[in-house]
Design a protein around this ligand. Structure first.
Ligand code: SF4
Ligand code: SF4
Length: 412
């Protein structure tokens, strides 16, 4: 934390890259302001409750890290600071956060929450606003669960063997992403191992500063066998969280194991790009795709070109560019629940930018972004058919399967 603070030279280059500074226009809601606030709290010169509202408004998107010419590792400051601050949070806010963290990372509980959401929506006047905001994120109906085998063999000659992380919320909210990922990997000659013992990877808790992240991380590290070439994830937040295990276990006995595990973690887009993706057949009709960079892929892991190369490898796909593509869409773990007004402002801004591209569909690599974009594109669509949003691997899967047909058979 001290190293991150010391590197900041207060130049302000990060300010235009910060979504909360763009929305609120306050120095204390910018990266530079937050670094000063955290420093003052750590040095006992400012009470925590003066700084915390501004730290809580930070999305953790790491747009500032990309923009910073001095190499300030803002995430190394933010994550431990949040853990320290969480222990001192006032009871009502701590309760809300705990409730969300006791629900979202557990598929069975999340499924139950989604089932009671329509009742709670109907009784909106009787429920607190924060609960209404939480429930608004859940779709009116959940997709049917898709059975996932423990092992799916490569089709044709085997080129690699990987372990697949299913994600906790993702397997409930969009199980088709994992099914598409397995099909695409198999078609590319990859054996896919899906460990039954896996649960949440801990990224949601870690990025909220909750110590339960270590329990989730230990379980995840133990779940994956040693005989796989990589631990593949199709969720940007999970990938960046697992690659942060060394930070989570810094100075702990698991430190070396956490570093070794983090090096095996790879996003599915990077894995396929490095492997050399098998060219899909040509689409039946041209398709204009706009790719939305998930912050936890682009800013946190530096992954920008690989998903675009996969999409461009599909004959018939043309990629559209997006204004302000580096700016967060407002979906960041619990952010929608805790900062609904800023999340909605950023979601609406992103939806308008996406619509302006006049693309046929949006591709992205993170379940949180996917839900946020679907919600705000639907709101912006004024009742018309919203622009579809799919995971990058789903588009590849549609191309392989010959099922890509915008406006008719495309699932979104
Ligand atoms: S760009 Fe980097 S060095 Fe400059 S104010 Fe922002 S964090 Fe500090
Ligand atoms: S992580 Fe994102 S929201 Fe937070 S200070 Fe950096 S750019 Fe701003």
């Amino acid at each position: 934390m001290a190293a991150a603070v010391a590197r900041c030279v207060h130049c302000g280059f990060c300010l235009p890259a910060c979504p909360t500074y763009q929305v609120l226009g306050e120095e204390m809601d910018s990266p530079r302001g937050r670094i000063v606030l955290m420093k003052e709290v750590l040095e006992d010169r400012l009470p925590l409750d003066h700084a915390l509202p501004h730290i809580d408004r930070c999305l953790g998107c790491l747009g500032c890290v990309t923009a910073c010419p001095s190499g300030v590792a803002y995430g190394d400051l933010l994550t431990p600071f949040r853990e320290m601050a969480n222990a001192k949070r006032e009871p009502a806010a701590a309760f809300r956060r705990r409730l969300a963290l006791l629900t979202l990372p557990y598929p069975a509980r999340l499924r139950l929450a989604a089932m009671i959401a329509p009742i709670a929506r109907a009784l909106r006047r009787l429920t607190p606003d924060w609960m209404g905001d939480l429930l608004a994120l859940l779709p009116p109906t959940l997709p049917a669960s898709v059975p996932v085998p423990g092992f799916a063999p490569a089709i044709g000659a085997r080129r690699a063997r990987v372990g697949l992380l299913l994600g906790c919320a993702q397997r409930v909210l969009a199980p088709e992403i994992n099914a598409a990922t397995i099909r695409v990997l198999r078609r590319n000659g990859v054996d896919v191992v899906v460990p039954r013992e896996q649960g949440c990877c801990g990224a949601l808790s870690m990025h909220a500063g909750d110590p339960t992240a270590r329990r989730f991380a230990r379980r995840t590290m133990a779940a994956f066998p040693a005989d796989v070439d990589a631990v593949v994830t199709n969720a940007a937040g999970c990938g960046s969280g697992m690659r942060e295990y060394p930070l989570l276990f810094a100075g702990a006995p698991e430190s070396d194991a956490a570093s070794a595990f983090a090096q095996r973690v790879v996003d599915v887009s990077v894995f396929l790009d490095r492997l050399g993706v098998v060219a899909p057949p040509s689409l039946r009709a041209p398709l204009r795709v706009v790719y939305h960079d998930a912050c936890h892929l682009s800013h946190a892991q530096g992954i920008r070109e690989e998903p675009r190369r996969l999409l461009a490898a599909i004959p018939g796909v043309s990629l559209r560019s997006l204004d302000d593509g580096e700016l967060c869409c407002g979906s960041a773990g619990l952010y929608n629940v805790e900062q609904p007004a800023i999340a909605a402002a950023l979601g609406a801004r992103k939806a308008a930018a996406l619509l302006a591209t006049r693309a046929d569909l949006v591709a992205t690599g993170n379940i949180g972004c996917l839900n946020q974009l679907r919600l705000h594109l639907a709101r912006a669509g004024a009742g018309g058919r919203p622009m579809p949003v799919l995971h990058t691997v789903e588009i590849l899967d549609h191309a392989y399967e010959g099922t890509m047909a915008v406006g008719t058979t495309l699932a979104s």
